[in-house]
Design a protein around this ligand. Sequence first.
Ligand SMILES: Cc1cc2nc3c(=O)[nH]c(=O)nc-3n(C[C@H](O)[C@H](O)[C@H](O)COP(=O)(O)O)c2cc1C
Length: 186
Amino acid sequence: MKVITILGSPKKNGKTAQALDLLEGNLIAKGHEVERIPVTDYQINGCIGCFSCFRKKEEPGCIQKDDAMFVFERMMQSDVIVYASPIYSFDFTAQMKPLIDRHLCLTIDFGQPLQTSLIANKRVALLLTCGGPADVADLTQESFRRSMKLLHGSVIGNYVIALGSSPDFNSRAEGITDKLTGAICI
Ligand SMILES: Cc1cc2nc3c(=O)[nH]c(=O)nc-3n(C[C@H](O)[C@H](O)[C@H](O)COP(=O)(O)O)c2cc1C
């Protein structure tokens, strides 16, 4: 199985990256292929709202010539996508949000009865870290659920590792990423 993990933190070695290290280690130990995409390694501009992408169905069709198409290609070639982000101001980070917005170009027949997407039925999961208690991540989980409903993604689950500065972060991260590994590998 091929798993793409998308790191939405500006920190390459922060808490979210640490959680991904654990998850990816588990998956690799089970023989799966894993590729991490740190969004800060790529130039992903904000959506400009031109809707040109609606003209194309077989490919993302965005007119912007940046790295988003590369990331979408990797996602489309995967079996599972894990979106990992810290919570910033009760939301995805500013680095992650442009990629989420640009998912619009993956939709097919947007607004029509048979609307689908280029990642329809793809298994997807959300992995969030935050400084506060888990409920600070409620809005982000809901926006992810709605975005994935629009895209017809198959949501494996949402996983939140709260209290990022607490000394037991790593042991809790291990428990949560073990659960996510189990959900990915069923
Ligand atoms: C600008 C900024 C905004 C944040 N907003 C929140 C927040 O709204 N709620 C919360 O619980 N933690 C918040 N945090 C804390 C981070 O979510 C937390 O430290 C996270 O684990 C950092 O992950 P990272 O090390 O991968 O970047 C914020 C941190 C920053 C830098």
